[in-house]
Design a binder for this molecule. Sequence first.
Ligand code: G6P
Length: 613
Amino acid sequence: MCGIVGYIGNRQAFPILIKGLQRLEYRGYDSAGIALIHNGELNLYKQKGKVADLQRFVEQQDTEGTIGIAHTRWATHGEPNERNAHPHYSQTENLALIHNGIIENYAVIKEMLLEEGYVFRSETDTEVLVQLIDFMQKTNNVCLAEAVQLALSQAVGAYAIAVLEKGNNNQIVAARKGSPLVVGIGKDEFFLASDATPIVEYTDKVVYIGDEEIVTLNRNGEMKIVTISNVEKTPEIKKIEMSLSQLEKGGYPHFMLKEIFEQPKTLADSMRGRINVDANNISLSGFIDNKDKFLNAKRIIITACGTSWHAGLIGKYAFEEFARVPVEVEYSSEFRYRKPVINKDDIVIAISQSGETADTLAAVELAKSKGAFIFGVCNVVGSSIPRATHSGCYTHVGPEIGVASTKAFSAQVLALTMLALLLAKEKETISDDFYIKLINEINLIPIKIKEILKINNELKDFARTFTYAQNFIYLGRAYNYPVAMEGALKLKEISYIHAEGYPAAEMKHGPIALINQEMPVVVIATNAATYEKVVSNIQEIKARKGRIISVVTKGDTIVKNISDYVIEVPATEECLMPILAVIPLQLMAYHIAVAKECNVDQPRNLAKSVTVE
Ligand code: G6P
């Protein structure tokens, strides 16, 4: 969660750090802070609130300095206030540290330090770490990098940290375990960040810091990496392929709206080189290179969190229907702790937009240790999960900045569907005709989404009428059931209206008790094997005076006649409908949240990349 930025070079650090924090603000936004060294002095500036609040606060002050570190926080230990904001000083204000992650054994370390006479100003685990580094430096009389190494050998938990030392204008020391950290290499300058977004406008050369590695960035352009156990590593320079325009709003009022509207393009990008209509084939190198593993798999386990978990559920339906292989879909946070049975001939598919979600990464490591083959479906190239998996398939939708996931979801569903069809084709569990039909249908998805997006203005007006609502129910069956859950999640994430996604038939086992004339019920009732059943479910709601908002296939009359509001989507194959049906639900959630004047891109308490468990 939290975002980290650092700079050392010949330019003024402050503007680079502030801009970097703004780019990383999606990672956490309850407080922010900066540390700069100027004339040997180590100065800290911190503020509760957004990066803009920090910027306003610091503007009147001296922000000189060509070396600095900065942080935007998503609180774990201690409430979001100025005192708990990062950077944290050590006792004598000789060191300043920023941290993303959690030091799990901080209480034990703190007790030891208290006995040594250390006094604490905040409630954070981070302050404990900076004091421990200070303690190590003093008691062992070592340089900063060595003190960091000694301190981290005692720390249990996850971290990406960066440390500055008073009087040392020439060095940033940083390290990571579990939380992401990237170094950007410029000409006689280094950038440091939680991901490449703050770096991209200065350089395309990066080094991804590995787990348990400590990096020292020197002003003379020298960079040194050692592991906590003191093994020196050669930095591996990679090229990032991300453009600045991908990180800007491009005329849209919010990133979320921009990302919803990008979907025709992002899905076409996701298909490029993979869906070939002329050759009637699907090509996924991650599958082709590991075909035998997929063919021999007795079971697939999908693990993910949040929206990615919803995509996983849709994947399950496709794998089971087409490839006839049993699939379990697990919340990563449950999977990693519930002693799951994992066999060597299982395939574990980890889905993650960010590629950094701590629970999913831990689930991957667990499954790997049991000998399973791990396949990643991730978006951020070079992030931790793709690096930890045996193979995978990137979704290639570009940076997703809005905290509520939209374009990543549709591409995850696409990737899983392509994988399921490919496996089914190889296993001969589907006919060639069906395979070809699906390829053609997939190819039409971007055009169909463009069509759906035309209802944006109409949806905007309609959404306003729902700002009063306290609760929403979303219903769907089969492939549309996970879509109902995703629609509900979108709404609650950004509008703070309570919403539940339910399998339509299950409604009568509980949620039906909630229905009255105030209650909006969104039903995804597109053409499907269960269509008639869903119609009956709608009747049950109507009988209790619920207000029906339905998503139907173009040309539908039956559901249309019994709904209060109807949204039409073009027809497609049932397994592809989630990609179309989710679009109006994303738009609806967006417009309700805007009408309620909520912060759509940075909803309260949420973060885009959850790097703590
Ligand atoms: C957070 C985000 C969600 C996302 C989930 C999983 O909760 O706010 O939008 O679905 O993490 O993230 P991942 O990056 O692993 O897909």
